[in-house]
Design a protein around this ligand. Sequence first.
Ligand code: SF4
Length: 262
Amino acid sequence: MKYSLHRTGDGRWAHTWVRQSAIKTADMCLERLRTDIYNLTDRQETDATAFGTACHAVAEDALNAKMNGADEPLSALQGAFEYYWEQAEPTVDQWHKYSPSDMVPMGHERLAMWHEEVYPNVNPIAVEEDYNKVLFEDHERIVHMRGTIDLVENDCLWDWKFPSRDYSRNKWEYERWDVQSIAYCWARGIPNFRFGIVHPKGVSYIDLERDESHTQWLREKVLALCQFVEKSQAGGPWPLGDNGWWCSEKWCPNWARCKGAT
Ligand code: SF4
């Protein structure tokens, strides 16, 4: 299981790189997927990603406290954010959306909304739960799928988002092709999934219901991708997906040697 793509003892391909984020990357640019799978570029941390990570860490602590029977006051969440942000700030390579002075007030504000609207209404049975399950297996290959679920309730799985705008109006897109909800519902055997979107104007939700038909499609999609990766691992070519925002100096670490080079 050490290498993201390797042969098992019986000669089958073993894929251990499949996460919902990798599938999203493949939808955008297969060359970018290649460099991610084989760890060929350094990860660039953005201000927005680091902010989201710090907020997630605070929510995780608060939910663990709740599971242990002790709800945390808002002041504890805001203090925890300051601690996590102090650690996260030096790791930011790219400031795109925010400036350093925005971050602590913004963290306090978002966590206040989360604490008021979300925290009292959830009943965690697991927090930041990892899964690693076989999504597909036959005589040629075995495909593992992995992920981490922010919050598990008895009847619902959650993922937190702390974006700079509310995108819950795009629910129809998530209903049609969101991979994360399908993967998590399959992994946990719970059909209900909720995005909790904590944005500058409040908290919005996207509720999705996933069943076996969605899982079947995910298997088809991942299987086709795995077969492509097997055929191309010896040297490509890997198609260049440049038709979107992700293909830019700002968002792609391959830019300088790839599209930027021309
Ligand atoms: S620069 Fe564009 S085409 Fe090249 S890897 Fe990045 S996203 Fe893909």
